[in-house]
Write a protein that binds this ligand. Structure first.
Ligand code: 13P
Length: 306
């Protein structure tokens, strides 16, 4: 079966939009109506006029789309496509911590469950985290959830002292700064670019730190010809597209061929699963009205401020 032809037929017939994150496999990125980082995809989800949103990404991203579109059908090709960061913060534990720190505002990275969003004052993505933090007065106490690496990076850049939830992304956190530097010794002219979910040692040796969209913008505008890329491998597809004359080396712990920076959740989605999902209109993301109402406020606040 020609899955892509069938997806094209079905998306027209059903007035469906396909949103894909940069970490998806190249074939999915190429068939999507929109590709982007978490922030751009949340914006697209908020603006769409489609009846069905087929989300080629992970669970928390599709949940965000559902929260912003309670009357639309939001589909995720594989419900098992989760996120180690989102899993690292349990809403009940967060509720306990909030009770211990009643004078702290809760700023949550979008990589968290809908229940955690319900307990949050505002949401941020890696694309707008610095901007969102700066909307708080300097003396405002903040609890940052769930990524200790992104939170630590924001603390260092802004001079704040946010309290950090001890979560991390299984892909970014394990990248070894020594291995990154080894690659740099092999390619001394290359600049190191990293996602802020990487551990502090990797961020410290990086020439540029930014979200997936920010990294793409950087490599287009920057005069350098070679880059060592410290994030999930899916982004390479767009990098080659937007800067075909440049060279990219994937930072990994065991050399270029290691799959340690392939997110197992992002990579659960396949073209065949997208086709089946659109045809059968399942698996669908469902959330209670109460959760949608509560989780929507901090997301809308983020969209208003960014
Ligand atoms: P971006 O917001 O940079 O796309 O990152 C999303 C993500 O989940 C990174 O692991």
């Amino acid at each position: 079966m020609d899955y892509i032809a069938e997806i094209n037929r079905l998306r027209k017939e059903k007035n469906a939009v396909i949103l894909a994150h940069y970490y998806q496999i190249p074939e999915i990125q190429d068939l999507a109506d929109y590709i982007g980082d978490s922030l751009a995809l949340a914006r697209r989800a908020a603006e769409t006029r489609a009846d069905i949103i087929l989300f080629a990404g992970v669970h928390f991203m599709a949940e965000t789309a559902k929260i912003l579109n309670p009357d639309k059908k939001v589909l995720l090709p594989d419900l098992e496509a989760g996120c180690s960061l989102a899993d690292s913060c349990d809403a009940k534990e967060l509720a306990k911590m909030k009770a211990e720190y009643p004078d702290h505002k809760v700023l949550s990275y979008v990589n968290c469950s809908a229940e955690v969003k319900c307990l949050s004052d505002i949401i941020c993505t890696s694309g707008n985290a610095l901007k969102i933090v700066e909307t708080f007065p300097k003396d405002q106490k903040i609890l940052f959830v769930p990524d200790k690496n992104l939170g630590g990076y924001i603390n260092r850049v802004t001079g704040r002292d946010m309290k950090l939830w001890p979560g991390s992304c299984q892909i970014h956190d394990i990248l070894d700064a020594e291995k990154v530097l080894e690659l740099k010794r092999q390619h001394p002219d290359a600049k190191i670019i990293a996602h802020p979910e990487c551990n502090p040692a990797v961020l410290q040796v990086s020439d540029f730190v930014g979200s997936t969209a920010a990294m793409l913008k950087f490599i287009v505008e920057d005069p350098c010809r070679e880059y060592i890329v410290a994030t999930e491998t899916g982004i390479l597809h767009q990098m080659h597209k937007v800067a075909p004359a440049k060279t990219f080396y994937v930072a990994s712990n065991e050399g270029g061929s290691c799959a340690c920076n392939d997110c197992p959740h992002m990579k659960r989605n396949t073209v065949e699963k997208l086709y089946r999902c659109l045809k059968d209109e399942t698996p669908e993301i469902t959330l209670s009205e109460e959760v949608i109402a509560k989780a929507r406020k901090p997301i809308e606040e983020m969209l208003r401020l960014s």
